[in-house]
Design a protein around this ligand. Structure first.
Ligand code: THG
Length: 290
């Protein structure tokens, strides 16, 4: 699995200000630390960057690539900032992301700079409601990209993970269902998720359980890449195949097997409970692990 470190983020309480003030040191420290954690890519999230986004992204790419050999995932909705980053990026960057609304403008960048891109399944009417709507958006992105000689392998489809604490509209299942449809829909293509989205709004000490459990659930569908917290060592161990028994347990619960909680250890029981919460079998509450 390809791991993309999420920690260089304009939303971060400490790094956001450093990014805005062009304070290189803390940014480079986080880039180095994420590299040491074994991240394959480092996400550089500058947000919409409406004001001088091009200069901002150019500075970020240069600043980060000064201290790491890892390729970067350029995370912005500003097409000018995207191209400015691609222009100075050494090696093969990842465009994060292209959606239907910006594809005519941004797909040419994929060809011009020979890179891969995350195809964000955001529809013309906003967030898709189910797996089929995701499929329809994916088909349109794929068709348009293929017509521009972009190969399936260059597209990493992102079903858009939303917070599990939002009981009104939980997209955990439709995202999984879409992942199951993807090999037929776009053979050879990749996939990507912003994993930490799933735990947004949950208490800090419990977020990792939601993130790790959802990753194991996505692994059932051979998830190709994930944007993750580079400092969650347990999560990295899971992604790197070092927790096969735990992953197997999660998949058994997903298959509806009756798992005797009394036969599980404390950690295993937590993950088994979290699967049920994510699937909506148990109702979410901030104390679901108790
Ligand atoms: N898909 C794609 N790109 C994405 C996302 C996605 N990029 C952004 C986001 N979603 C993935 N990255 C993050 C980064 C941080 C957090 C969540 C997702 C996060 N941070 C903590 C918080 O906000 O509470 C801590 C912030 C801090 O350091 O202060 O949750 O879905 N293609």
């Amino acid at each position: 699995m390809i791991l993309i470190g999420e920690n260089l983020n304009i939303m971060s309480k400490t790094l956001g200000p450093a990014m805005k003030e062009r304070d290189a040191k803390p940014i480079q420290e986080i880039a180095i630390a994420q590299t040491k954690q074994g991240m394959d890519y480092i996400d550089v999230n500058i947000g919409p960057a409406r004001k001088e986004g091009d200069k901002f992204m150019e500075w970020m790419v240069k600043t980060v690539q000064e201290v790491t050999d890892k390729p970067l995932s350029l995370d912005t909705t500003n097409p000018l900032a995207m191209e400015a980053g691609l222009k100075v990026h050494k090696g093969r960057a990842l465009i994060n992301s292209i959606s239907l609304a910006r594809m005519e403008e941004e797909l040419p960048l994929v060809t011009k700079y020979d890179c891969d891109f995350i195809g964000l399944l955001w529809g013309r009417e906003g967030l898709p409601r189910d797996a089929n709507e995701r499929g329809a958006i994916a088909a349109e992105l794929l068709y348009t990209a293929n017509a521009k000689d972009i190969k399936n392998e260059q597209i990493w489809f992102d079903p858009i993970v939303t917070p599990a604490v939002n009981i009104e509209s939980n997209h955990v299942k439709p995202c999984l269902e879409f992942m199951g449809m993807l090999p037929d829909l776009a053979p050879g293509s990749g996939s990507a998720v912003g994993l930490s989205n799933v735990s947004n709004g949950a208490p800090n000490n419990l977020r990792a359980y939601l993130n790790r459990t959802y990753l194991m659930m996505l692994m059932k569908y051979n998830i190709h890449s994930a944007i993750v917290d580079a400092f969650d060592q347990e999560l990295i161990d899971i992604a790197r195949g070092r927790k096969p028994a735990l992953v197997k347990l999660v998949h058994r619960v997903m298959d509806g097997e009756v798992v005797e909680v009394s036969k599980l250890n404390t950690e295993e029981a937590k993950y088994a409970k979290t699967v049920k919460v994510l699937l909506g079998i148990s109702l979410y509450s901030h104390s679901w692990l108790d």
